[in-house]
Design a protein around this ligand. Structure first.
Ligand SMILES: Nc1nc2c(ncn2[C@@H]2O[C@H](COP(=O)(O)OP(=O)(O)O[C@H]3O[C@H](CO)[C@@H](O)[C@H](O)[C@@H]3O)[C@@H](O)[C@H]2O)c(=O)[nH]1
Ligand SMILES: [Mg+2]
Length: 202
């Protein structure tokens, strides 16, 4: 991700690449103009692993959602005993169209073919240090769309289970802490808000 160099109210002084492996970790020192007009020099680290996509798969007649469950090492090191997280299907956006990227991700992770994912919003998930912006989608699914095995890419270490949950159960799992992934909570709450709306249109 390129820096918008010296765009006001920023003057870049120094960029150090601290790590350049799976993702790029940089430390940037820059002058920042405060609201009162004074300039201040600060350093910030940015973790850049590109942008991401995620989707809530919804079956409105059965009132179910399709989620994934997988081992997440960062969650394991931060207090989840077995490291397993329930999440909306998601993937890293690798220089492709977000709609194509999410359809590919759904196919790899769940085995379903989705038509016409609808974009909801683009959100920063951790803007203090992570550059990633995630594009959120929603799409309908039913059992006739299951075309592949799913499970993720074994050669990349993925071992992904799919989980079909009733709306009420998924919302209860957010309330009692069984679902603790941010993007997934946002999508399930979006569904809840719009499910009770005038058109049931989420
Ligand atoms: N070698 C290596 N591989 C990695 C590393 N971190 C992740 N991977 C591999 O990179 C692939 C990423 O899988 P995706 O399905 O494309 O992404 P994701 O991990 O599900 O991430 C999605 O959800 C995240 C959490 O909400 C989002 O942050 C991310 O942008 C994306 O939306 C997986 O095969 C994973 O094993 C790493 O440090 N090293
Ligand atoms: Mg994924």
């Amino acid at each position: 991700m390129d820096l918008p160099v010296d765009a006001p109210p920023i003057r870049i002084r120094e960029v150090k690449v601290l790590a350049n492996d799976w993702a790029v970790l940089k430390k940037t020192t820059f002058d920042h103009q405060r609201a009162d007009g004074r300039w201040q020099t600060v350093s910030r680290e940015t973790y850049d692993r590109g942008n991401g996509v995620t989707i809530l798969l919804v079956n409105r007649s059965a009132r179910t959602v399709l989620l994934t469950r997988q081992f997440r090492f960062p969650a394991y090191v931060n207090g989840v005993p077995d490291g397993m997280l329930i999440e909306s299907c998601a993937g890293v956006l690798e220089q492709v169209d977000p709609v194509e990227a999410i359809r590919q991700e759904v196919s790899e992770e769940t085995g379903y073919r989705v038509e016409a994912p609808r974009k909801l919003f683009e959100l920063f998930m951790s803007p203090g240090s992570v550059t990633e912006k995630v594009t959120f989608f929603i799409a309908d699914y039913d059992s006739s769309q299951k075309a592949e095995r799913g499970g993720g890419l074994e050669h990349e270490g993925e071992d992904i289970e799919t989980l079909e949950l009733g709306f009420e159960e998924a919302w209860a799992m957010v309330d009692d802490g069984r679902i603790i992934d941010g993007k997934t909570v946002i999508l399930l709450q979006h569904l809840k808000i719009h499910d009770s709306g005038p058109m049931g249109d989420s």
